[in-house]
Design a binder for this molecule. Structure first.
Ligand SMILES: Nc1ncnc2c1ncn2[C@@H]1O[C@H](COP(=O)(O)OP(=O)(O)OP(=O)(O)O)[C@@H](O)[C@H]1O
Ligand SMILES: [Mg+2]
Length: 307
């Protein structure tokens, strides 16, 4: 039997604590933004990460990318644990994973041409490229993301929001990554442009087998593009499973409330929909609970009744 290859990404018990000032008596206070999060992501797969504002989604994203060092847990990329790895050992692995953010304008340097911005990772990782070869590579990347390759000498302010996100995607693609962490990549864009960017991400996935960790508040979009979904609440995953199971058979009271708060496209369905409300006090005194598999691959956090 051939050896089983590890998943592209395996996150295991990931935690991140922030120091949040001292208490009155001078003791150090910490806030646990992420509290033992575990999930896997296969090659070519899209995992949606959803949950209320402040639940820890972006912190997970930054810790996966090692832009911030986790306080605990493991982040295995192709079986190699990135947590605690030195910057010099991380550097070559950074080619494999890239991140795109909500606001493409703040990712761009206003004084750098977009062509130079896209070329930057190539200069860092493939320093021996000739000027000619570099220009060819950047033009090809522009074409791949649907940008006019004659615009490589322009500056960020000369582009629309959607075009700027395409520039960021082109840069992310420069090193032929296997994983793209997309932290609300379409939130800041017009609805029509959102669809274009999503189509682009899906085409790239089909062509290159990219995996996405897709963070979004747009549950309709998550349902549309994600294979699996993980729902976060206060630093914990409370439910995870195949997208179909999450959207048709949500079990955790928070997931149900989150789904019932989104508008149905069909007005008839919207009128008859059952509303679910969730108040965090419902879980008071029940501890963190434990994850239970309720159907194949569908896990829900359960709590022992308070005694
Ligand atoms: N550097 C920091 N220092 C202290 N607390 C932080 C820091 N970064 C994030 N936090 C806190 O950690 C929690 C999780 O933040 P995070 O940005 O991961 O949430 P999020 O789920 O991405 O929210 P949103 O949907 O609004 O983007 C928040 O309560 C936030 O205030
Ligand atoms: Mg966020």
């Amino acid at each position: 039997m051939p050896p089983l290859s590890p998943p592209l990404l395996q996150v295991d018990g990931l935690s991140k604590e922030y120091a949040v000032g001292a208490s009155l008596m001078g003791a150090r206070k910490v806030f646990r933004a992420v509290d033992g999060v575990s999930f896997t992501l296969a090659r070519g797969e899209t995992l949606g990460l959803v949950g209320e504002s402040g639940s820890g989604k972006s912190t997970v994203a930054r810790c996966v990318m090692q832009l911030e060092r986790p306080t605990g847990g493991r982040v295995l990329l192709n079986g190699q644990d990135l947590v605690g790895m030195s910057q010099s050992r991380l550097q070559p692995l950074r080619k494999v994973m890239q991140i795109i953010f909500q606001d493409p304008y703040s990712s761009l340097n206003p004084r750098m041409t977009v062509g130079r911005f896209v070329a930057d990772p190539l200069l860092i990782h493939e320093g021996k490229l000739t000027r000619e070869a570099l220009t060819q590579r950047v033009r090809a990347l522009f074409a791949k993301v649907g940008l006019d390759s004659s615009h490589i000498g322009r500056y960020p302010h000369e582009f629309s929001g959607g075009q700027r996100q395409r520039v960021c995607i082109a840069r992310a693609l420069a090193m032929s990554p296997q994983l793209i962490v997309a932290d609300e990549p379409i939130t800041a864009l017009d609805v029509s442009i959102q669809a274009q960017i999503i189509n682009l991400l899906q085409t790239l996935q089909d062509e290159q087998g990219l995996a996405y960790l897709f963070i979004s508040h747009d549950l309709g979009m998550v349902r549309h593009i994600c294979h699996r979904v993980a729902v976060m609440l206060r630093g914990l995953i409370v439910e995870t499973g195949p997208a179909d199971a999450i959207f048709s058979d949500a079990r955790h009271p928070y997931t149900r409330a989150l789904l019932s708060a989104t508008l149905e496209a069909d007005p008839a369905r919207e009128r008859v929909k059952t509303r679910h409300f969730f108040d965090i006090r419902q879980l008071a005194g029940q501890g963190d609970g434990f994850m239970k598999e309720v159907a194949p691959g569908h896990f829900v956090r359960e709590y022992r009744p308070a005694t």
